[in-house]
Design a binder for this molecule. Structure first.
Ligand code: ADP
Length: 665
């Protein structure tokens, strides 16, 4: 029995020992778990795991191999971290393949760790799995404790570790993906920004090139058109041309005007697109402008047997401040369209006003109503886009630019354009435009309308005028306008010549073309204005330029005034009146019909001194304008009528008529 008892006690003691050992292993595992529970982030979790194991179990080294997506990483307890191409450690790669833990037993190499109690060491290579998913491999080198001792509890610890690791790896990988996406997004945006900058630069360059092109175009196209229109107009009033010639001239003039309109439309549109349209409000005679426009359009309406009505409310103002040129263009365009797209019936211009919130302003309401083809609701949305033409055969009638230009001008002036229309019944275009009311003083200062000039008022000293232009036709045209009135004229073909003539001759006024070879008009103006007498000389720039900035440049150079090409004869006279106080005798409005001068009779001509007759014949035979003029200038005062008659022929370049007279005499 005692033996039995001793046996039993021994067994019991062994069991208690074992229980105590198991308890301490369980505590060990619980201690481990509690230590790795507390941090977040993949790197922190791994460091924490390695240090916790080191603290609790020890070991010569602890290494974690783990995967993120396709990549394998290495981290050990000493802080070494790297991404691996392959796993060189065959023990680890073996576990990667089998998915089973392996333990190696060996001597403690480290003498410091070796003790009486621990002579053997264990190296564990343990797979970290969540289900069948292998997350990584944990290698623990030279532990003093064998796997078998912790057998039951190890899976709990490693499963737990695997779960935490998987969680962190997933989070990290997602974060990395998001980061990558963000990086790509940033790269994409940077590229877009770069492309945009590039496109912006290119657009700016293109816009600049376009502006330069426009400035050149406007000069190159408008200057010759000036000559074509001017000369054909002059030739039209020649009494000696045949009907066929007159008809041809009409065609030249009409086609020229049409071409000029097209050029102007395209230039206007291009200027709008380049953002270079400047609104220039000034006090002007609105009533007269509207009357002029309606008179002008009436002829077109009557040609189509349409009635053009003009209905004006009594409070519609006569004078306002607005941009008169743009206003004209807007109204001409709308009335022109109404006539163009109406075959029978009436076109009506309704004029009205509306109160403005600001006391010194008012709204002009101008409506153009027609009984024409109308515009369908779908088309009504399109017609304000550039180059859009709707309806049948409209392509032959215009450029499709009128309405977009009109709308843009109105919006630049603070106004609006709207349309109502019914197919086959007619259209109704409405403008609302804010304008400033003007004062009596401003009204008095508005330039009077120039009637056709008959001649100069008596008792004036005749100023010296210098014409500077490289283009012969342009010089001739100005001479033809000015010479008959008796002005003293000289000509220069470029800026340098102009400066030289100025120094000898001191003209009162210079008509200055701007773009010329040798020396341009701006430079010549600068030089002349820098001379003592230059200050008193009026310099008028004749320019086809369309840009306000260029004008400002010219002002800075010293130009006193501008006349835009193609100019009206009235502009020239108005300028002479304004700057040199030249007084003209105007034709009365009632007798505006073109007066054809009485042809000179041979009898009259014969009364001229014979030597003058001979000189005249040789000058005319050579078609020499200057010399012919000089001879005419010598005709004595008592023969003024003959001089005027000859001047008339010369104006019309009719050398043949002069020669005929000389021969008959
Ligand atoms: P264009 O007259 O040179 O073609 P617009 O820009 O002035 O160009 O007009 C655009 C289009 O709008 C025209 O082609 C025409 O089809 C239509 N349209 C404009 N005004 C009228 C109108 N009063 N009646 C009918 N259609 C019109």
């Amino acid at each position: 029995m005692p033996n039995n008892n001793e046996d039993a006690i021994q067994k019991l003691q062994q069991r208690v020992k074992k229980l105590a050992a198991e308890k301490s292993y369980l505590q060990l595992i619980l201690q481990l778990i509690s230590k790795i529970n507390t941090v977040s982030g993949l790197e922190n979790t791994i460091d924490n795991l390695l240090h916790a194991v080191m603290d609790v179990i020890g070991g010569a080294n602890l290494i974690l191999y783990y995967q993120i997506d396709e990549d394998i990483f290495y981290t050990d307890v000493y802080g070494k971290k790297q991404k691996l191409e392959t796993i060189a450690d065959s023990q680890v790669s073996g576990v990667y393949q089998t998915g089973q833990p392996v333990e190696y037993e060996h001597d403690f190499e480290d003498t410091q760790l070796r003790s009486a109690e621990f002579t053997n060491a264990y190296t564990w290579v343990y797979p970290l799995k969540v289900g069948n998913d292998l997350i990584g491999v944990f290698k623990m080198e030279s532990l003093h404790i064998g796997m078998h001792e912790l057998q039951e509890y190890l899976p709990i610890f490693f499963n737990y570790t695997a779960l935490i690791l998987k969680n962190e790896i997933l989070g990290f990988s997602r974060l990395q993906q998001i980061n990558q996406q963000l990086e790509q997004e940033i790269i994409r945006r940077k590229q877009i920004e770069k492309d945009l900058r590039h496109a912006k630069n290119r657009a700016e360059e293109a816009s600049q090139a376009k502006s330069i092109f426009l400035a050149n175009m406007s000069h190159e196209l408008r200057t010759p058109m000036n000559a074509v229109l001017g000369f054909s107009k002059i030739m039209q009033s020649d009494p000696d041309i045949t009907d066929a010639q007159r008809q041809n001239l009409n065609i030249i003039n009409r086609s020229g005007s049409h071409l000029l309109n097209l050029i102007n439309d395209i230039l206007d549109m291009a200027k709008i697109e380049a953002g270079r349209v400047v609104i220039e409000p000034e006090p002007f005679d609105l009533g007269e402008a509207i009357r002029d426009i309606v008179d002008m359009m009436r002829e077109r309406a009557e040609n189509k047997h349409l009635q053009l009505l003009h209905v004006e409310q009594s409070d519609f103002p006569r004078f306002v401040e607005a941009d008169p040129y743009k206003f004209r263009q807007i109204l001409i365009n709308l009335i022109g369209n109404a006539i163009k797209y109406t075959d029978t019936g009436t076109v009506t211009l309704w004029l009205n006003v509306k109160k403005h919130d600001e006391a010194d302003k008012m709204w002009l309401i101008c409506e153009v109503e027609d009984t024409g083809v109308g515009i369908s609701p779908e088309d009504q949305e399109k017609i304000f886009e550039p180059f859009v033409q709707v309806g049948k055969n409209s392509a032959q009638k215009g450029t499709g630019l009128g309405l977009p230009i009109t709308k843009k001008y109105l919006s630049l002036m603070g106004g609006t354009l709207s349309v109502r229309s019914k197919t086959n019944q007619g259209s109704f275009f409405r403008i609302e435009l804010p304008v400033r009311k003007i004062t009596a003083t401003e009204i008095m200062a508005i330039k009077p309308h120039q009637n056709q000039v008959l001649g100069l008022a008596p008792n004036q000293t005749l100023p010296r005028l210098l014409i500077v232009d490289d283009n012969l036709e342009n010089r001739l045209l100005l001479k033809k306008i000015l010479h008959p009135l008796g002005f003293q004229l000289r000509e220069a073909c470029n800026g340098l010549e102009a400066v030289e003539i100025f120094q000898q001759w001191h003209p009162h006024l210079i008509w200055m073309d701007i773009r010329m070879p040798v020396m341009d008009g701006t430079e010549a103006t600068r030089r002349i204005k820098a001379m003592p007498l230059g200050k008193n000389t009026v310099i008028v720039a004749l320019t086809a330029s369309v840009f306000a900035e260029q004008r400002e440049n010219l002002f800075r150079a010293g130009v006193d005034a501008f006349i835009s090409k193609p100019y009206r004869v009235d502009d020239i006279f108005a300028c002479l009146h304004e700057y040199l106080k030249v007084e003209f005798i105007y034709q009365q409005p009632e007798s505006q019909a073109l007066s054809t001068p009485k042809p000179l009779s041979v009898e009259e001509f014969k009364t001229l001194p014979v030597d003058l007759q001979t000189q005249l014949q040789s000058a005319a035979a050579m078609l020499d304008i200057e010399q012919t003029e000089q001879v005419i200038a010598q005709i004595p005062a008592q023969n003024d009528a003959i001089a005027a008659g000859l001047e008339q022929y010369l104006q019309q370049m009719d050398f043949q008529a002069i020669l005929n007279l000389c021969k008959s005499a």
